[in-house]
Design a protein around this ligand. Structure first.
Ligand code: ADP
Ligand code: ZN
Ligand code: ZN
Length: 760
């Protein structure tokens, strides 16, 4: 057994981001392994700090007297330490090495410290004590239930009706799931229990947030199209070919059913599966579908779990008690012994890019994990990201299509309302005549509508309401943002100009920024249709915990006619009662000031259209815009992903934006403005001196140029060669380390972002 451990200290200080040697106390030697999280005395004052073991050694360069000892073993999350206890359920006791390797790969590829990469990959937290697992079970016959349901509905006992309806679909359900996802109060459950309608059962378990009594086996017969995809992916797994498959399939085309089929096959081969879903789309219905296939062998990881509940899930995964984990981005690092497949649903979603260090793209880390483990990766979306789609086109990913809805139901009719026309004919209200008349029609018929404002971030663009002209940067071809004091600024290169008084295109004085919010929309609707029941969902109404889901489930239960909100209302939710969707001002996201604005708008509008008419009645969609001729809007209206990608690639190629090229954002932060600025200038000079012929942009002040008294400047580097950008990053890091060693570290902090997905 090794005597020493190499440890990375969990500290946000680049200079200390290297391994330190510690002695392992006798009693810990059989348990400390790579991946272990420990507490160690550090620095002159021997302050206790968290550290990550990245390697073991028999000897050390330093004399023993100078070597400190590990104080405590916090968790052996990734280690094989417990393998002995669980009777050899794992073959590779070196699994901790695997995750340390992934952290090292991420640190190199994304330019983060090793400490922060390890923190991302190895999660701490200790498993909790066994808790009581409760389930709710329906105790009356279906006929009685139906009669009761009618009575509840008549008495407007909404919560009871909601719970009963769910139990009639699935008679036995986890208590926690019912209470949190359906927003049922404990008192409601108690009242119904008192009447003998349902029963609550309890058992002691290592907390699994969900489990269903028995696994239902009403397996769907896959369509030939679905079967072909599932077979091909499983074949890639069996032959060891591995790789990434991308499924492009409209909402409702049966992607989830394909994921389930693939996961079942691979689980049957003794391997495990990670199913990633954007947190926002982790709905009750989706979870239930997985439970119906995998029962107790599936678990969820999401932000509503406590740290110790999350640790429980990891522990169960490590022990081989579950085969499938469903969760957002971070579930990727679940310590399964033999991961076989990683599925990423709605792969285009921005939540798959980590916005703090290391700024990784989930699909790329998944591909690396899969490559090292002999696993396969499946990406799915109705509107794949340009990056993934382009890779598929180049043959790096395999592309599959699902182009029919299996439950019948037609694609919605999409109308584009030209707001310039509306202005010309004297309509200055929020709603075009088309949208207003369709809303009126839905209210009369008692069908539901959703209206959304796709506002993003703080950037305010300026456009002409007469001709639709948008003020753009002459160098970067992205929209300029309006700042206080009336200046327009480009967030890539820092170019600025004065806000014009008249449109430079048509001379109209109606040129301005936009100031419309969901609250005004709601107020306007109330005024026009006082009898309509309206729900609003935005950052204001959802700041309280759980209120987001509460509003959505109320709307899903048809407790309102109109749902007004930000773009979050169109993501991943299934409202069968909705037959009309309105994008109030598509231009809002079209001109968010970054190179991905058009892509994001296309995705959002296409996804929004997919929300209309999911039930049996056909849906209609109205896109309101000042620029109906913009290709993102035209292709969204035509639901033409391929056409959009073709045109968008022309734009990206012209300016070398990803995926035509690669882009590295170097963010330089300091509490001293001049230090940050001169450091940014130095970085630019260093790069141009050492790496000739680089496409450098900036440095410019970041969009939010100061956060918590820290000034932020950004330098962009564009190149077709990703490795060259890594070299640039290494160069800057080495320079900083060199000056640090000479005692001349300026008070600055560097952050790197490869192929950034939003502007700084
Ligand atoms: P997506 O994930 O692409 O939105 P889903 O997998 O959720 O699509 O499928 C949409 C609907 O079609 C679901 O109600 C699902 O149960 C149903 N469905 C999927 N595949 C089949 C099939 N092979 N036979 C019958 N129904 C199916
Ligand atoms: Zn104009
Ligand atoms: Zn610019």
């Amino acid at each position: 057994m090794k005597k020493y451990a190499l440890i990375i200290i969990d500290i946000a200080y680049t200079k200390l981001d290297r391994p330190f040697t510690y002695r392992i106390p006798q009693g810990m030697r059989d348990r400390v392994v790579p991946g272990s999280i420990v507490t160690v005395p550090f620095g002159r004052a021997n302050t206790l700090r968290k550290g990550y073991v990245i390697g073991l050694s028999d000897r050390s360069e330093l004399p023993d007297a100078q070597i400190k000892e590990i104080a405590e073993l916090q968790a052996a999350d990734r280690s094989g330490a417990c393998a002995a206890e669980t009777a050899g359920s794992r073959e590779d006791g070196a699994d901790g090495d695997f995750w340390v390797g992934i952290a090292a790969w991420m640190s190199e590829r994304y330019g983060s410290t090793m400490a922060v990469a390890l923190r991302t990959v190895l999660s701490s937290g200790k498993p909790g004590k066994p808790a009581v697992h409760r389930e709710i079970e329906l105790r009356v016959s279906m006929e009685d239930a139906a009669a009761l349901l009618e009575a509840f509905e008549k008495k407007h006992q909404v919560a009871r009706a909601r719970l009963l309806r769910e139990l009639m679909k699935t008679p036995r359900q986890p208590y926690a799931l019912v209470v949190s996802k359906l927003h049922i109060q404990a008192s409601t459950v108690r009242a119904m229990r008192a009447k003998g309608i349902l029963e609550v059962t309890e058992e002691q378990v290592l907390r699994n947030p969900v489990s269903l009594g028995e696994v239902r086996e009403d397996r769907k017969q896959l369509s030939p199209q679905q079967q072909e995809i599932a077979d091909a992916v499983v074949r890639d797994f069996d032959t060891g070919r591995g790789g990434v498959s991308l499924i492009r399939g409209i909402t409702g085309s049966g992607k989830t059913e394909v994921y389930i089929a693939i996961i079942r096959e691979i689980v049957a081969r003794g391997r495990q599966a990670v199913m990633l879903i954007p947190e926002i789309a982790l709905t009750y219905q989706t979870l239930l579908r997985f439970y119906q296939y995998f029962g107790d062998r599936v678990s969820v990881m999401n932000s509503s779990l406590s740290e110790s509940e999350k640790a429980d899930q990891r522990e169960r995964a490590r022990r081989g008690e579950i085969d499938v984990i469903i969760g957002p981005r971070s579930a990727l690092f679940t310590p399964f012994p033999h991961i076989g497949v990683i599925v990423i649903d709605e792969e285009h979603e921005s939540s798959y890019k980590n916005e703090s260090m290391p700024k990784y793209r989930t699909a790329d880390v998944a591909a690396e994990i899969a490559r090292r483990k002999g696993a396969v990766v499946v990406l799915g979306s109705a509107t794949p990201s340009l990056v993934s789609y382009e890779r598929a086109r180049r043959g790096e990913y395999r592309l599959y299509e699902l182009d029919r809805r299996l439950t019948g139901g037609t694609l919605p009719q999409v109308y584009v309302a030209d707001l310039r026309e509306e202005l010309r004919s004297g309509n200055r209200s929020i709603l075009s005549r088309k949208l207003a008349s369709l809303l009126e029609d839905r209210l009369e018929k008692g069908e539901q509508s959703m209206l959304f404002l796709n506002r993003r971030g703080t950037a305010g663009f300026v456009s002409c309401r007469s001709c639709g002209h948008v003020m753009k940067c002459p160098h970067c071809d992205v929209s300029l943002s309006l700042h206080r004091g009336g200046r327009l600024t480009c967030h890539y290169c820092g170019y600025t100009e004065r806000m014009p008084e008249r449109c430079p295109e048509c001379g109209s004085p109606y040129i301005s920024g936009f100031r419309a919010g969901t609250e005004q929309v709601e107020a306007y609707l109330h005024k026009v249709w006082p009898q309509a029941r309206i729900l609003r969902l935005d950052a204001d109404t959802t700041s309280r915990k759980g209120s987001y889901e509460k509003i959505l489930s109320a709307f899903a239960n048809e407790e309102a006619d109109i749902l007004v909100g930000t773009q979050m209302i169109v993501k991943g939710h299934d409202f069968p009662g909705v037959t009309l969707v309105g994008a109030l001002l598509a231009d809002l996201s079209l001109y968010a000031g970054d190179y991905r604005s058009a892509e994001r708008t296309f995705q959002l509008l296409t996804q929004a259209a997919g929300r209309a008419g999911r039930g049996t009645r056909p849906g209609e969609v109205v896109i309101q815009t000042y620029q109906p001729e913009h290709y993102a809007i035209r292709y969204a209206a035509a639901q033409d992903h391929q056409g959009f990608c073709g045109e968008e690639m022309l734009y990206r190629s012209a300016l070398l934006y990803p995926p035509a090229g690669h882009m590295l954002a170097v963010q330089i932060q300091s509490e001293q403005e001049d230090a940050a600025l001169s450091e940014a200038g130095r970085a630019r000079e260093l790069l141009s001196a050492k790496e000739g012929n680089l496409f450098l942009i900036g440095p410019a002040a970041a969009q939010i140029s100061r956060i918590r008294d820290t000034y932020r400047f950004v330098l962009y580097i564009k190149d077709t060669d990703y490795d060259r950008l890594i070299r640039c990053k290494d160069l800057l890091e080495a320079d900083l380390a060199e000056r640090g060693a000479a005692g001349g570290v300026p008070p600055v902090n560097y952050q790197f972002d490869f192929d950034p997905e939003s502007p700084y």
